[in-house]
Design a binder for this molecule. Structure first.
Ligand SMILES: Nc1ncnc2c1ncn2[C@@H]1O[C@H](COP(=O)(O)OP(=O)(O)OP(=O)(O)O)[C@@H](O)[C@H]1O
Ligand SMILES: O=c1ccn([C@@H]2O[C@H](COP(=O)(O)O)[C@@H](O)[C@H]2O)c(=O)[nH]1
Length: 238
């Protein structure tokens, strides 16, 4: 029996990774793959909270509409994260993984509001908790929401599952000669302005001494390998 090295984690799932190709949507086969990875770690007894981005819906819209105020656009982005969270919630429950969605923006009709103590209770009961609606504030991102929620529920680490397999010295999607890091300090990642996560999230995690692991959401089994402490992705540490 494999022993996980973490008891409680906050998994940040890329919104953009939910789409296939360049069509801004939710691809159910991509979600199914995510769910089988999630099922593996839940079965190991890991307490799992999730924040999912909204890029797959929001960037498609914002690319087309111009002249909207930043804060209005940001609320649209937060609503996009709620749509993704509901899709994930529905498919997790259908796969037999009991989950709850808690939203930073109140939509009483069908969403529970974010209450930290209730979230912790669910986690202790072995249920997956999805934090929707980002931080609830414009001018932020779901990376920052993941950092905030992770600290509040006392997660041991933020696991950023994204479209690249770690942090590089430059964007690997733009520069084929980019070199990857196995580990890097928060000070370095911030001073080098590496754009894999926003600097607010990095600074907050540094101050809270909350490590981050960046790894590929596409690579099958990568999440389990991270949970087992195997060589996977990039660790950001204090
Ligand atoms: N130094 C770097 N190392 C690795 N990736 C980088 C770096 N700089 C920029 N990137 C880019 O950052 C992207 C990941 O950030 P992005 O905000 O798009 O993803 P996400 O948070 O996973 O998505 P979403 O916002 O939809 O949730 C990668 O796909 C990569 O192209
Ligand atoms: O706390 C938050 C979280 C998100 N937003 C807006 O939503 C989009 C989508 O989130 P991603 O993290 O980029 O996937 C983001 O670009 C913001 O516009 C927000 O305002 N506050």
């Amino acid at each position: 029996m494999i022993k996980p090295i973490y008891k409680r984690v906050l998994l940040k799932l890329s919104g953009e990774a939910l789409m296939k190709g360049n069509s801004y949507n939710i691809n159910s086969s991509v979600i199914k793959n995510m769910i089988s990875d999630i099922a593996e770690i839940v079965s190991l007894g890991v307490e799992l909270a999730i924040v999912i981005g909204g890029g797959n819906i929001f960037r498609g819209i914002s690319n087309k509409i111009q002249g909207i105020d930043r804060s209005t656009a940001d609320y649209m982005g937060m609503l996009a994260t709620i749509i993704n969270s509901l899709a994930l919630f529905d498919m997790l429950n259908k796969s037999g993984i009991i989950s709850h969605v808690m939203s930073a923006i109140s939509i009483e009709k069908f969403l529970e509001s974010y209450i930290p103590l209730n979230a912790i209770k669910y986690l202790e009961e072995g249920k997956v908790v999805i934090f929707a609606g980002g931080t609830g504030n414009p001018f932020f991102t779901t990376d920052t929401a993941a950092a905030l929620r992770g600290a509040e529920i006392k997660a041991e680490i933020i696991l950023k599952a994204t479209k690249v397999d770690g942090i590089y010295n430059t964007d690997p999607n733009k520069d084929l000669s980019a070199i990857s890091y196995k580990s890097i300090t928060f000070d370095e990642v911030i001073s080098k302005r590496l754009k894999i996560m926003d600097s607010t999230a990095f600074s907050f995690c540094r101050d809270q001494k909350l490590p981050i692991k960046v790894f590929s959401i596409i690579k099958s089994g990568a999440l389990k390998r991270v949970i087992e402490g195997k060589n996977e992705g990039t660790l950001v540490y204090v």
